[in-house]
Design a protein around this ligand. Structure first.
Ligand code: MF3
Ligand code: CO
Ligand code: CO
Length: 273
């Protein structure tokens, strides 16, 4: 389980891909309204990624995934497949965007490149107080975890800080799906789980890129895979929320490669005094 360390040139490519993925989430916001179908959102993102960014939507055909983004509505935890169901008032939806891009890539039939992977929660009309709180606490879980990332941070440190915050609000952390290393491969080592014990697990090193993407349920932690073999839902049908960023571990902290303009959070955190 060797950590993949990026060269300075690769770090630059990760910055570019990260910015692109963030831009897709910024672009799609105004379209997430009552009456739109998740398939329409998928089409808009697909066209934007292919035609405007000249990049590739990494989920499309990834292990057979049929669409370009994941759209996970209400009690869907992750990997929701865009379809013809219309969004309605009060729905909450996670849109998960992964772009692959390399300006030096020449073969359009076998597009390679570096990945930017990020997701955010959107609300349609007025969500319930419970939904709003779940969404906020889940984003706090992500932000609390990012703030402790630097060389020497252990994966258990990340897991514990997320689990503690979620459980202090009586929410639960999904166990079966996790964050990951990321680079020229969509999902690289290590696995970044969102629960655990501080002081345990692998140690992060400068030059690694990882995602943190906590999935937090308002009810119990258990999930169920639907018959389409992709859609993951909460077993008790409680609401679920998720936020994801792609990160670069720097010499003294962390850089948020997928930061959006709508976020009140630093792009670079330095722990040097
Ligand atoms: N974007 C997801 C992640 O954060 C993975 C989606 S895989 C897909 O890791 F095949 F469902 F698209
Ligand atoms: Co991811
Ligand atoms: Co993702």
């Amino acid at each position: 389980m060797a950590a993949v360390i990026k060269t300075p040139a690769e770090m630059e490519k990760m910055r570019t891909s990260g910015k692109m993925a963030a831009e897709v989430l910024e672009m799609i916001g105004p379209y997430v309204v009552k009456g739109v179908t998740t398939e329409e959102l998928d089409n808009i993102c697909h066209d934007y990624i292919r035609n405007k960014l000249n990049a590739y939507p990494a989920p499309l055909n990834y292990h057979g995934f049929p669409k370009s983004i994941c759209t996970s509505v209400n009690h869907v935890i992750c990997h929701g497949i865009p379809g013809d169901k219309k969004l309605k008032d009060g729905d909450i939806i996670n849109i998960d965007v992964t772009v692959r891009f390399d300006e030096d890539s020449t073969d359009p039939d076998h597009p390679n490149g570096y990945h930017g992977d990020t997701s955010k929660m959107f609300v349609v009309g007025k969500p319930s107080i419970l939904a709003e709180r779940l969404i906020r606490v889940t984003q706090e879980c992500l932000y609390k975890a990012i703030r402790i990332v630097k060389p020497g941070t252990r994966l258990g440190d990340i897991g514990e800080i997320i689990q503690k915050h979620a459980e202090s609000h009586n929410y639960s952390v999904v166990r079966e799906y996790c964050g990951h290393g990321i680079g020229s491969t969509f999902h690289e080592d290590p696995q970044i789980v969102h629960y655990g014990k501080a002081g345990t697990g692998e140690v992060l090193e400068a030059g690694q890129c990882i995602t943190i993407e906590p999935m937090i349920n308002a009810g119990k932690k258990h999930c169920k895979l639907l018959k389409d073999d992709w859609t993951v839902v909460t077993k008790d049908r409680s609401l679920s929320a998720q936020w994801e960023h792609t990160l670069l571990i720097t010499d003294d902290g962390v850089e948020v490669l997928t930061l959006r303009t709508d976020e009140d959070f630093p792009r670079v955190i330095s722990h040097k005094e």
